[in-house]
Design a protein around this ligand. Structure first.
Ligand code: CTP
Ligand code: MG
Length: 181
């Protein structure tokens, strides 16, 4: 597989997992998912994981995946690379997995005594990626295995933190986010 095919496949496939976090930042607010509950003297998830942010984030990823399915042919023609389509369960799982991964990270951040918004290098950049990959593999392993060949997986692991750091820096600079991570 040549490099262009690998990079295009990696970015295209992960777009429905990249968008939910950014949509959640824009939509966040309202009641927290943990309802303010504590565990071991600390919040279960914290005030940064809300019902509204999570549902809007998930929905944004679903809409994007459905849109990409519609654009599959013209984009493949344009780039000369046959990009993959997203089967129904994958449409749901990529963004939901991303949101759940981010939530699991907040759970771990609270358990390790980090306040809301505190950085956790590595976890902050990869939590949603791991969540999206794991849930997608669970719901449709044949699709997962076909699309995420070792080179595509390796590219996703390198490109994702770079994109995440860049978009968060922009969101911070625009005043949409309180911290640049
Ligand atoms: N957000 C949300 N629901 C989510 C994820 C994010 O409402 N499931 C919104 C919140 O307003 C949150 C902002 O997006 O403050 C930034 O997200 P994130 O960096 O994930 O949360 P933090 O506030 O930094 O909290 P944590 O320390 O738990 O990561
Ligand atoms: Mg944060």
């Amino acid at each position: 597989m040549d490099t262009l095919v690998v990079v295009v496949t990696a970015v295209w496939t992960m777009l429905p997992a990249y968008i939910p976090n950014n949509a959640a930042v824009l939509a966040g607010g309202g009641p927290p998912i943990d309802g303010g509950r504590m565990w071991g003297g600390r919040r279960v998830l914290g005030g940064g994981k809300t019902w509204r942010g999570t549902s809007v984030g998930w929905a944004a990823g679903v809409v994007l995946a459905a849109l990409l399915n519609e654009l599959r042919e013209p984009v493949s023609d344009l780039l000369g690379v046959t990009v993959p389509g997203f089967p129904g369960l994958v449409v749901l799982a990529l963004p939901l997995g991303a949101m759940l991964g981010d939530m699991a990270a907040s759970f771990l951040k609270r358990r390790s005594g980090r306040r809301r918004g505190a950085p956790f290098p590595g976890l902050d950049q990869l939590d949603f990626l791991v969540g999206a990959l794991v849930l997608t593999a669970v719901v449709d392993f044949p699709w997962f295995r076909d699309v995420f060949t070792p080179p595509v997986l390796a590219t996703v692991l390198v490109v994702t933190p770079l994109l995440h750091v860049t978009t968060n820096a922009i969101a911070y600079w625009l005043g949409l986010k309180n911290e640049p991570w």
